[in-house]
Design a protein around this ligand. Sequence first.
Ligand SMILES: Nc1ncnc2c1ncn2[C@@H]1O[C@H](COP(=O)(O)OP(=O)(O)OP(=O)(O)O)[C@@H](O)[C@H]1O
Ligand SMILES: [Mg+2]
Length: 505
Amino acid sequence: MENYILEMKNITKEFPGVKALDDVTFSVKEGEIHALVGENGAGKSTLMKVLSGVHSFGTYKGDIVVDNQVQKYHHIKDSEKAGIGIIYQELTLVKEMNVCENIFLGSELHSNGRIDWDKSMHEAKKWLAEVKLNIDPVVRVLNLGVGQQQLIEIAKALSKNVKILILDEPTAALTNEETKLLLNIIRNLKTKGVTCIYISHRLNEVFDIADRITVLRDGKTIVTENKSDLNEQKLIAHMVGRELTQLFPKKKHTSGEVVLEVKDWTIYSQETDDIALDNINFQVKRGEILGIAGLVGAGRSELMMSIFGAWGKRLNGDILLNNKRIKIHNPHQAIKAGISLVTEDRKRYGLVLEMNIEKNTTLASLDKVSAGGFVINKNEEVVVSNKYVQDLAIKTPSVEQLARNLSGGNQQKVVLGKWLMTEPQILILDEPTRGIDVGAKYEIYNIMNDLIEQGVCVVMISSELPEILGMSDRILVMHEGKITGEMLAEEATQEKVMLYATGNQ
Ligand SMILES: Nc1ncnc2c1ncn2[C@@H]1O[C@H](COP(=O)(O)OP(=O)(O)OP(=O)(O)O)[C@@H](O)[C@H]1O
Ligand SMILES: [Mg+2]
């Protein structure tokens, strides 16, 4: 008999119109790091929500067995008591509260009927040290970066004495450095006996850290294997259900005339008043994918948002569209001029979670679905939103589904559909495949190729070097608010891009 700390047996979970989990079996050994992988919508997050009691006992079929006892969690508190801690795909800290308050939120430390702040501070420091985070617990969370927030989530879980720690896509928004740090902390927890369930679309991380790997596809368990019995290609085949021989469907495009030209573009930061973008000059040509590489914080998103009229103070410089100078003061003008921006933070800028797919899709193009710009034509909305669901292979029972209920990757596709519907001349994609599975990435790359063939210019910001090298025709590299390098894709190597990105060239 294997020594399993956790067994999930024959778990089935249905939502209206969706069988999210279909007789799933998932067993985790004590002290291992067990990776859970699969395409967007495969059921990974749902399985973990069943485990943690977010989907309470009685709303699913099957058994959860921890330490050989069947568990009936009605609430997340119940699973916490049993030593299960979950860190969700989207961070859930309260931004206005400080670090200490967040760590003990809902589990406040009391003495004599009051919250014991001295003890809380003392304990908070202890847990922060455990995740190697050197910050004062009274700092408010909104002043911290996502990497630090992720570590606070872990500290919070540890403070509840977790035996099983679940991390759902913890590195999706982290820099390479932060990712390394996080992986080390997880390894460290393992040496202390914590069992870890690790969900990620970044297969290199999975191979780096996991002992065993389970693949879900369409709500079913496909395999559980030792890492040593798998390689990346085999794993991808299990995930997508077929051999994927090529990760990047790169086509050679021939670039044409200059469509967009940005000249002497200098922008002051919205937050501080410092120069954030320093004399930027570049062109976007028809028929090419322009890749923008650089480390997080290099100013890539700020550059694109400032062009889009959504960021920055005191703009100096010019934007020329088809050789004509244009002024863009807000996103509405940018969209009218034919520029669309798919931002990296889909929750903040891209998607209204309480609206359905149909409404989200048409949100930026209401004039296209309304007669004379007044009355929205409901039938037209249904038709176009269905078209994008089909074109982008969005996994959903219907366009009536609320965005909130879609898996992370499918939310990203809805955002993409919304901007495609504006029929832009220039489509700017900021980290377009973050949190997206390999199969869907491939589909998105194909869509980019199709757009190029239709004459749309595509600008792609990406922190994934293989993606930059695999899909771009030309590459700009940024470092500290400046463009430090430009090269054609055929001249580019990872090393060369990194040299420019770190300002060493
Ligand atoms: N609350 C809900 N209501 C309706 N459907 C839901 C709900 N939560 C999840 N689903 C559906 O269940 C399926 C599995 O979703 P889940 O979020 O578990 O996928 P995932 O494997 O975590 O994907 P991703 O990699 O994109 O995060 C999807 O089809 C999703 O739309
Ligand atoms: Mg998920």
